[in-house]
Design a protein around this ligand. Structure first.
Ligand code: AKG
Ligand code: FE2
Length: 268
């Protein structure tokens, strides 16, 4: 795992709200990420854990944007090792400029052949905390191209985003009715080869194109929350018992739900 970051990459991330790193995984590691993703997704779909996948109504538009399976590290030991790897967390913390970093949710996002585009959206406003420093990684398990639905970003949008958002629906451009000021910023596609990692700030506007190829475009991703964030009242992926016990303003530090995967004090 090539987890070293240059100052230039950190600077690029802070300015643009995203950064792509090619050759993050070596061929053996890529094989492992693919295996753990394929296995854990197959198990999840077989078990129909309704809350954590979007495949309950497979003909819906959203179900055909991607097959989405959330929190696979909860149910697959190999995936847990990949997602909880402190080296991955350290990378995210270094880019975001935060002391400690917790898992919000991992998710597999598999855009099927002829899958719909992923509409422009922000991530943080869906979640149970408000932060300008949340960060997600998106690991390409197949080459991501302009043809099969690579990621696109609005550079710098994280700097002016508010916590207002839209659904990932049929209108690709719904987000721009909330943020008309972003309409004139040229979006940047981020094609990358399998084994690359793309990081984005949770407030950076992003999207993906349709998959106009015969093969799926697989990605394994993880959203991270800065240590110290507090509950804002939204359920999102919180366990029911935890959600019921939380008051707005409570620290989100449950070690099972929001595992601390890296803290800068661990350096020594
Ligand atoms: O993979 C996609 O199509 C969208 C990814 C995304 O929205 C995310 O990782 O937050
Ligand atoms: Fe997203």
């Amino acid at each position: 795992m090539n987890d070293e970051l240059t100052n230039q990459q950190i600077e690029f991330y802070r300015t643009n709200g995203f950064v792509a790193i090619e050759n993050f995984l070596d061929p053996d590691e890529l094989e492992d990420w693919r295996r753990c993703t394929d296995e854990s997704v197959a198990e999840r779909l077989g078990n129909s854990v309704e809350f954590m996948t979007n495949q309950m109504q497979p003909d819906d538009f959203y179900a055909r944007v991607f097959t989405q399976c959330l929190r696979l590290a909860d149910t697959h030991a190999g995936m847990r090792d990949l997602i909880h790897n402190p080296r991955l967390g350290r990378m995210g913390a270094a880019l975001a400029g935060i002391e400690g970093i917790r898992v919000w949710h991992d998710q597999a996002l598999i855009k099927p052949s002829y899958g719909n585009p992923t509409a422009w959206h922000l991530d943080v406003p869906y979640w149970s905390f408000d932060s300008r420093d949340a960060i997600s990684c998106w690991v390409a398990l197949d080459d991501a191209t302009l043809a099969n639905g690579c990621m696109w970003y609005i550079p710098g949008s994280h700097l002016t985003a508010r916590f207002e958002n839209c659904n990932i629906g049929e209108n690709l451009a719904a987000l721009f009715t909330i943020y008309p000021e972003w309409r004139s910023i040229e979006p940047r596609p981020v094609p990358c080869s399998a084994g690359s990692i793309v990081w984005h700030n949770g407030l950076t506007a992003h999207a993906a194109g349709a998959n106009m190829t015969v093969a799926p475009r697989r990605a394994m991703t993880c959203a991270f929350m800065p240590d110290g964030c507090t509950f804002n009242g939204k359920r999102n992926v919180l366990r029911e018992d935890l959600f019921d016990s939380l008051e707005i303003g409570d620290l989100l530090n449950d070690e099972i739900q929001n595992t601390l995967v890296w803290h800068n004090s661990w350096k020594n």
